[in-house]
Ligand binder design. Structure first.
Ligand code: FAD
Length: 501
């Protein structure tokens, strides 16, 4: 059950939430984390915690009757499968022209993500968050985040000779032929473990195609890093299958939460109330923003401003596949964890950072896949829909167009030089560029707009946003290192001024 009250409550257990709970716990503040997903630490009958990637079972997805994979088809054959409805680890939330993938469970997105741990280019960070002191970020908080997340780099010699990254070496060859530069991508997947997977010394995870439905080995997800440390302080507890629905403020100035306890099929076990003096929203861009727009528009936190719900973007995500020549093999074994990206971010007209993504099917597919991050100035926003009691994201296909146009410039060039073509069979219909989903939802409660420069929500004391909602729609690279570093910076200030002070 839930306690009636805690000095600090953190909603969610993703990056922002985990950092915040650790620092509160270290400061001696009793802290309760409320997570709507499960704790993923117990093997089922097959001996593994997470679902296999290529034959997904009910553990794969959050309350769905079918899997909803990012690649919908191969040779136009539907690759999704029926599954039993269950509180699984990956959710895909649909909002008209855009759908958003998120992790559910203790560790949030860290359970399902590709582990790419990229620090943004300083000049771009300064462009998106000009009011944040970049010297402090690059001198203190980015290094702190990288250290605590357990970021490591692939051994370059092994990379050049291993089977698992043949696909990346092939894409590099094609990119370099067209005059592009590639860069290695740091990771929170343990590359030493991966090397031992390929050598046959340990059970396979990255080399067994595992990624979006969870990794059974090798990945330093938050439950193994920040959250383990938070629990180790003795001051932090995590309550699972607890979904926060409503936030009000009591007459004494404390916050009152309505919390729905879920069963494993998503049904309601109970609704309870819980109080908190300090409330931290770490439910992710779509989760925290929904809580805030609901609270504003149902009148439970009426002083929330117009900036709440604004400034959302998909980090310019676009997916694209190329068909390779018969002699250009990617190899049947492809590491599920990317290690290389094509860096065209300096292109003044079409900045693109394209991660070379695996297609880990266990057989040669003669295809190369990419997740491109583009710089798209379009922004979406959320409103509250009383008929569904949910937040609605306003984002149109038209707004995604600049991302496709930018990516196309570069992949047209790569195809042209290499005499290759796009794959038309990957995204359910014949489209070549897919941007109807994002892995990188950002914004909704932007730093310095809906909050002050340290995540304090405008209009209310002791109410904070700690997660990807703070970032205005784009980071230019995969976002979790930025989210972690900002959370480190903000909680340090809040502890010093609001809580200890
Ligand atoms: P999240 O990590 O989203 O955590 C939010 C948590 O809050 C979740 O556990 C959720 O269940 C919980 N929650 C939500 N609402 C409520 C509520 N009302 N009550 C209780 N709990 C709630 N980023 C990278 O940097 N590198 C990558 O390689 C990468 N690959 C990705 C691959 C996939 C498939 C996905 C989905 C994402 C990927 N990302 C990657 C993105 C990255 O995982 C996210 O940017 C990051 O997890 C966001 O962190 P956060 O703190 O904002 O919230």
């Amino acid at each position: 059950g839930l306690p009636d009250f805690a000095p600090a409550v953190v909603i969610g257990t993703g990056y922002g939430a985990a950092v915040t709970a650790l620092r509160l716990g270290e400061a001696g503040i009793p802290t309760v984390m409320l997570e709507m997903g499960q704790l993923w630490d117990t093997p089922t009958a097959d001996g593994s915690v997470f679902s296999p990637m290529l034959s997904p079972d009910r553990r794969s997805m959050w309350l769905k009757d079918r899997t909803e994979m990012p690649l919908a088809s191969f040779l136009w054959i539907d690759i999704d499968r029926r599954i039993e409805r269950y509180t699984g680890v990956l959710d895909r939330v649909h909002y008209g022209d855009m759908s958003v993938y998120v992790g559910r469970g203790v560790g949030g997105g860290s359970l399902v993500n590709g582990a790419m741990a990229v620090t943004p280019r300083r000049s771009y960070f300064e462009e998106i968050l000009p009011a944040v002191d970049a010297d402090e970020m690059y001198g203190t908080y980015f290094p702190r985040a990288n250290h605590n997340l357990g970021v490591n780099e692939v051994d370059r010699d092994w990379f050049e000779e291993c089977d698992s990254y043949q696909y990346a070496r092939l894409s590099r060859k094609h990119a370099e032929k067209a005059g592009y530069r590639t860069t290695f991508v740091p990771s929170v997947y343990d590359f030493d473990y991966m090397r031992r997977e390929e050598a046959g010394e340990v059970p396979r995870s990255a080399l067994s195609a595992e990624v979006i439905f969870g990794n059974n080995h090798g990945k330093r997800s938050l439950d193994k890093t920040y959250l383990a440390a938070a629990l180790g302080t003795g001051n932090v507890t995590i309550k699972t299958l607890q979904e926060v629905r409503d936030i009000r403020r009591g007459a004494d100035g404390t916050y009152r939460l309505t919390v729905r306890e879920l069963d494993e099929t998503g049904g309601t076990v109970a609704r309870r109330e819980m109080g908190a003096r300090y409330l931290f929203l770490g439910a992710g861009s779509i989760g925290s923003t929904e809580l805030l727009v609901r609270a504003r528009d149902t009148g439970t936190l009426p002083d929330l401003g117009e900036q709440v719900g604004q400034g959302w973007g998909p980090n310019g995500n676009v997916m694209v596949g190329r068909a390779n020549h018969a002699w250009d093999l990617t190899g049947a074994t492809q590491s599920g964890m990317p290690a290389l990206g094509i860096d065209a971010w300096d292109d003044p007209d079409n900045p693109v950072f394209a991660e070379i993504a695996p297609m880990p099917a266990g057989l040669e597919l003669w295809a190369s896949l990419y997740l491109a991050i583009t710089k798209n100035p379009e922004r979406g926003h959320f409103t509250y829909d009383p008929t569904t009691d949910a937040a609605k994201l306003h984002w149109t296909a038209e707004q995604g167009r600049p991302s496709i146009d930018s990516a196309k410039v570069h992949f047209d060039r790569i195809n042209g030089v290499n005499n290759t073509v796009y794959r038309h069979d990957l995204f359910g219909d014949t489209r070549t560029f897919e941007n109807r989903f994002t892995y990188h939802p950002l914004g909704g409660a932007v730093l310095g707009e809906a909050t002050d420069l340290y995540g304090r929500v405008k209009g209310y004391d002791n109410l904070y946003v700690t997660d990807g909602s703070l970032i205005p729609g784009s980071t230019g690279v995969n976002p979790f290192v930025t989210i972690t570093a900002l959370a480190e910076r903000n909680v340090e200030r809040v502890l010093a001024e609001d809580i200890r002070g």
